[in-house]
Write a protein that binds this ligand. Structure first.
Ligand SMILES: Cc1cc2nc3c(=O)[nH]c(=O)nc-3n(C[C@H](O)[C@H](O)[C@H](O)COP(=O)(O)O)c2cc1C
Length: 363
């Protein structure tokens, strides 16, 4: 199986599955000399952990990360950083009844078609839980970005048809961490929470939109034509389970606009080139222009729902109905925010090393 590694110079490989022994990541290419502690990674993992609120699952993982290599006396030593989390609270019994019955909306059938074998327990390698590897990689990447004061944040802007009103960039982080939905609009957040709980009570789930913003990204990142920054960010975000669409800047809205209304015009601010608007989301011609990077991703409703669904028994070759048991978030958006930030941070760290803005040997 390939496809488990990403990045050219900051290369992250993730491993493990939802109900296997462990999950984790190996990060190769992180320069030596970077201050890195276990808590830098643990802090990020705690942000995506289940059991954190009424709208996330009750799976009681404590997710304590163990660093196996790559750090010497509190600093990276230039060798691969391997970090692992052992699965402690995995209850696989609920999946026995559906082991030959692919769940709609999950990769059960397609992974079986591709590999001939599939770990049916909790989605196996395709599970949302496997994104702890993304978060480990992202935590190290964020430390590298900090060297240049680059910060990546995210927030939920829509759940179902409830939309958040725009909030100034400087307030997003503060406001979105005050509610379990991770929405920066204090009026919309409780409505979103209510809608999620309502869907959950009906045995159903909801999707939504998550916005990711990266501040202080210097102009000049991106390698056209196949390594365009927007293309690599979109690929990284689309690689997260349940993400079905990505837009940069005004995205699909640009299709309904004119250039005179949406071209980002340049001006000088204290000798620095800026744009008066940011419809391009900070990337033009595949290269960052120094404005904040703005991306949004469409997250589908959590596929595991408790309502009955039709499928096919692959062994008996007959149509059947299934009911999914086990623990599932009624909406993936709040938890996916940390994962989205992580992959954006990984792509940016990779490009900073590729352009030489961060020394690849030693920081
Ligand atoms: C952080 C995260 C958490 C997730 N949690 C769940 C969950 O609790 N239940 C579920 O059915 N799907 C969950 N998913 C989504 C599935 O993993 C995903 O929809 C499935 O693998 C099919 O992939 P696709 O939606 O990209 O086609 C989660 C995804 C992520 C990224």
């Amino acid at each position: 199986m390939s496809g488990n590694s990403t990045g050219i110079m900051f290369r992250v490989t993730t491993f493990g599955s939802s109900h296997g022994k462990a999950l984790g990541a190996v990060i190769d290419g992180c320069p030596a000399g970077l201050d890195l502690t276990r808590m830098d990674i643990q802090g990020e993992l705690d942000r995506r952990r289940p059991g954190a609120s009424s709208i996330t699952t009750s799976r009681g993982e404590t997710d304590q990360v163990e660093i196996l290599s790559g750090i010497f006396q509190g600093k990276t030593d230039g060798t691969p950083i391997a970090a692992v989390i052992y699965n402690e609270d995995a209850d696989s019994s609920a999946y026995e009844a559906i082991k030959h019955r692919p769940r709609p909306g999950h990769g059960d059938y397609t992974w079986t078609a591709r590999y001939g074998v599939y770990d049916y327990r909790g989605g196996g390698r395709g599970s949302g839980r496997a994104t702890v590897g993304h978060v480990i990689g992202g935590a190290v990447a964020k430390k590298l970005l900090k060297l240049l004061d680059i910060k990546v944040i995210s927030h939920v802007t829509q759940i179902g048809d409830i939309k958040a009103s725009p909030v100034s960039h400087s307030r997003i982080e503060e406001y979105s961490t005050k509610n379990p939905v991770r929405c920066a609009d204090p009026q919309a957040a409780p409505k979103m929470e209510e809608a999620i709980l309502e869907a959950k009570a009906k045995g159903d789930s909801l999707g939504g939109i998550v916005e990711i913003i990266a501040f202080q990204v210097p102009a000049g990142l991106g390698e056209p034509v196949f390594g365009k920054l927007d293309a690599e960010l979109a690929q990284a975000l689309m690689g997260i389970g349940s993400v079905k669409g990505v837009e940069v800047g005004l995205g699909f809205e640009l299709a309904r606009s004119t250039a005179s209304a949406t071209n980002d015009e340049y001006y000088l601010e204290k000798g620095q080139i800026k744009t008066t608007t940011n419809t391009s989301g900070g990337i033009v011609g595949g290269i960052s222009n120094g404005m904040p990077l703005v991306m949004r991703m469409a997250v589908k409703p959590t596929p595991s729902i408790s309502l009955p669904q039709k499928t096919v028994d692959l062994e008996k070759k007959e149509e059947v109905e299934i009911k999914i048991l086990g623990r599932h978030d009624p909406c993936i958006c709040p938890r996916i925010t940390t994962v989205a930030e992580s992959v954006v941070a990984m792509v940016l760290a990779d490009h900073l090393l590729r352009t030489g803005l961060i020394n690849p040997c030693h920081v």
